[in-house]
Design a protein around this ligand. Sequence first.
Ligand SMILES: [Mg+2]
Length: 321
Amino acid sequence: MNLTFKKKSFFFKLSSKIDNSNTTYTYRSGWIIKLKNIEKGIGFGEVNPLSKKDLAKCQIQLNQIPKYINSKNISELIKSFHPCIQSAINSALAEIERKIIFQENYYFNEIDQTAILLNPHNALQDLKILQENKFFNSKPLTIKWKVAIQNNVSEEKTLEEILKHLRSNIKLRIDANGSWERKIANRWVDILKDVENIDWLEQPLSTDDIEGLKELNKRIPVALDESLLKYPYLINEWDGWQIRRPSQETNPMHLLKELKDKKGFRSLSTSFETGVGRRWLFHLSSLQLLGLTPKVPGLAMNKNPNSFLFLDEPKSIWDQL
Ligand SMILES: [Mg+2]
């Protein structure tokens, strides 16, 4: 299949900064790519690496893709490229070949349909405000708390307070982004092991401590996130929860298949994509909810600025870039 390849760069500031234990996100940048085949039509993809330092590498590699190329050659060429470029090209190819057909609407705009990120510097207060809001009173909610940002003594105190106040219809996800030692992780598991409304501990230990993560997973549900990005083979081996990021994986079609095959324990997470990459998040999240282990995705929708970059129609985004 003969293709025309085009790319345009994007940049946007998040509506507010996002802290985790390793980094702070204040803006996102990357590229929207467009593949076009005269007969079959157009496919869009988004190159949006989580780590800023990968942008230069992606730029160099994107410049190596010729404007006119066929589908076999582009698939071969990108095999050694950054996973985000592979993701974007494979997404666009899948769209052209109708291997994925997006719906017009996905309905993830209500607050209870995605996990709500607490302000890590004010987590308890945030939770209280949320619980006092009458609108949410009867709704089951999922909240996510990023930890290992302040010192552990004060975070453990906050945990005790949160558990004291947590309503039974609120689920809690705790994400250490790989920053705990085993000793601290075990202290948290001791506190949390009998708490029913814990969804999981997310990446409690470093990406490389797979043995430690396996041990913890015997005591409490542990979700891998950064470990899966560094060691993609774990997708086939880790039988606990997996945080999956279609824009960071080499081919989101694999996750599409896993979800169609009703594989459980996969949860979707945003890497702060524009409306182009978000289509995959919405589509895969909808499928996830139809599976055996439904969980609301982590889409951080309230972090998107008001911009054409978040329109639902990729062509409108492309034309305005
Ligand atoms: Mg995470």
